[in-house]
Ligand binder design. Sequence first.
Ligand code: ADP
Ligand code: MG
Length: 407
Amino acid sequence: MRIVVQKFGGTSVHTRELRERAVQKIKQALDEGFSPVVVVSAMGRKGSPYATDTLISLAREEFSQVEPRELDLLMSCGEIISTVVMAQALRREGLRSIALTGGQAGIITDSNFGDARILRVEPERIRKHLEEGYVVVVAGFQGVTEEGDITTLGRGGSDTTAVVLGAALEAEFVDIFTDVEGVMTADPRIVPEAQIIRGLTYTEAAEIVQQGAKVIHHKAMSVAREYRVPLRVRSLTNDGEGTIICDIKYLVERGIRGTGLRPLYSVAYRAGLAQVVIPLGEKPENKLRAFSSLAQKGISIDLINLFPDNTAFVVEEQRASLVKEILEKAGFTVTINAPCAKVSLVGFEMADRPGVMAQLVEAMQESGIEILQTGDSHVTISCLVWEKDMERAIQALHRKFQLDELC
Ligand code: ADP
Ligand code: MG
């Protein structure tokens, strides 16, 4: 049996017309000889009647605190509704289909409600239905505990559902259908001339996603990388090939990548950040005290610059006041700069190319954008800017590195 997992995101199951397109994609897979497992998200974004955010506000309207277990029960409904609607749409086309909750599909999680971890997948029931000739439609973003409580997997959880099912069923591909053509050189909503990247290795895709490109959820990407599950990110509304994420060997064999091509670049971003700057004074033990006071409270920090007498780093903006409080209690004077955004240029073989930093600084200068901080790894250079400058910073980097000429 050749299995393909096809995931349709919130913006892809929203209207009847889009669902009909999804049905066409499923039929195509059947015509190609695949047994499809379909994973669906809740329909639409905030404001839509069955969107996850709408369900959450329904509970919060009455009470500010909702039992986490019951909040998960409520939040899981959006995807369940989608499975029933999608299974019906398939039946209308004469296909056999069956709708399953995450639990019925065999996704077993711990009981960390709201952000549950998948412990294992029991794929036997799905396999049985596939062998009987059903298209199996699974509710994304959810699982069930050993005790039978419904859990949710956190934001972007449907991507994770699709990838773990792909791994457990040894699917040939996991297709992520979305509202863009694939993984692009930048978010096309910000850079209209962004180009589609036809093929990425797991390592490359993981880095782009880690730096903020939300086209695939980072947890899903980690699972795909770990289990070597080939992913295809594609558009629901056109027939392009999209982006394939797999081993380099496959990309080279199909002529998607080869020697002599330009090193790949993409610009990713993460908004909603705060920069924390603290003078550390003369005493060397202050360094440890500053960082361990945050570690003890479970606060993760990023883009860390440490100098002999001061340090700067980045936290989520929503945690900034808590961070300030903790550090002030520990005796430090704290400056918070917010809201900020981290804009990153991800490029492979970048470390071997001199002058990348100079080009980055030049791009920012030409656009009059202040750089608050920078950081780098061998494949990434990131710079922190004010959030108001974020879009212009992304556009400036895309232009400077001529990413519109990638393909
Ligand atoms: P879905 O509802 O299908 O899961 P998401 O909104 O989670 O869709 O992800 C798709 C969005 O990711 C696109 O609409 C696009 O704005 C954004 N995005 C960010 N970076 C990139 C990138 N490098 N390439 C493509 N899309 C990107
Ligand atoms: Mg998504």
